[in-house]
Write a protein that binds this ligand. Sequence first.
Ligand code: URA
Ligand code: CA
Length: 436
Amino acid sequence: MIVTELIEKKRYGEEMTEEEIRFLINGLVNKEVEDCQMSAWMMAVCINGMTDRETADLTLAMMHSGDTVDLSDLPGVKVDKHSTGGVGDTTTLVVGPLVAACGGTVAKMSGRGLAHSGGTLDKLESVPGVCVEQPLERFKQIVRSNGIAVIGQSADLDPADKKMYALRDVTATVKSIPLIASSIMSKKLASGADAIVLDVKTGNGAFMNTLDESKRLAEQMVRIGESLGRRTVAVITDMNRPLGMAIGNGLEMKEAIDVLKGKVPESDPLVEVCLELGSQMLMISGLAENKQQARAMLHEALVSGRGFEKLRTMLIEMGGDARFVDHPELLIGASRIIPVYPEKAGYIGEIDAKDLGLAACLLGAGRLKKGDPVDPAVGILMNKRYGDRVGENDPYAYLYVNNEDKLDEAMELISKAVVITDSEPEQLPLIYDIIE
Ligand code: URA
Ligand code: CA
């Protein structure tokens, strides 16, 4: 096969065969297809799309481009949960332990922060000592004894996605439903889960900004999962504001611990999304018959502290220093805490979640370029939510700062991201839809 012919085929919007797709993906990994050729092909996909059949074939080709993990020797239904990327979205650290406390088997491989969105591995590493690179057997041992472990993907899991993602990041080809769906689902399938609950974010802080696009992405991923024999459900949730109050790794770990210690009301949006995702995980695992039963189980795991114990044990088994888990205020020891005031009294009428995420990156909570170190102690702690009233002297956020190099830039971004209005804004839904 000739690579340029395949690029041309997609350029003219034709449907490609399974062999052609496999040839491109294997060629990329074996360096027989040049990065520039792959980029051109992906741009053609962005513009002309792919059929369901092509997207499923692409997903399979990517999944088989490297190692696949076999979890079949672990008991029960192995359930995974994946978010398409959000800001202040600490759900994995809350819902994973709660589901494990209800008898679920959560063997999860997570990623690092991507662009403005946070990543679970960076949050886990905010606890000194935690090692997210665990050998597979050790990972399974923790899952067997504790019901949950969350580690990094092995270097050879889905190498096609690693290359494609890096190219997409720099060629404006991230935003494409077939490319996002195959990127996420190939990793989920390669990491061995039987059942997958997807948290598809929608809004200004998500990769998909409109509800219609988010729904189409969710439906595409559910179809791929189901067609390959994995029970798959997607929950579409709001990302027109940070989900929790914390943006930053130690701050988010502390928020997750606070939730699991019952210090945050169950009406809180972060807790509400966790209870919805957790219910879906319990139902898809066959551990609860309906949502009412699932909710009751999760509530019990929360108030009894059994969920917290699961997180605590996991962190310690992965090398974490228990003092930081038991005294999470130690996680947020930035040298300066700077209040941010509104320019006038009013309501928090609009929040650009993406810009808040980027501001946290500027403070050092995320990466501005690949491989940058992150500072676990820094970030943004919101003091007000979307829709709250603020007085002139009420800080709506606190910045946790160590390095002040980009502080002014971060401040500017935040004051642009948070719009103060004279009248109370419309309520936003938190959960838009569930796609089964
Ligand atoms: N997350 C992924 O893993 N891949 C994408 O393409 C987008 C978000
Ligand atoms: Ca402003």
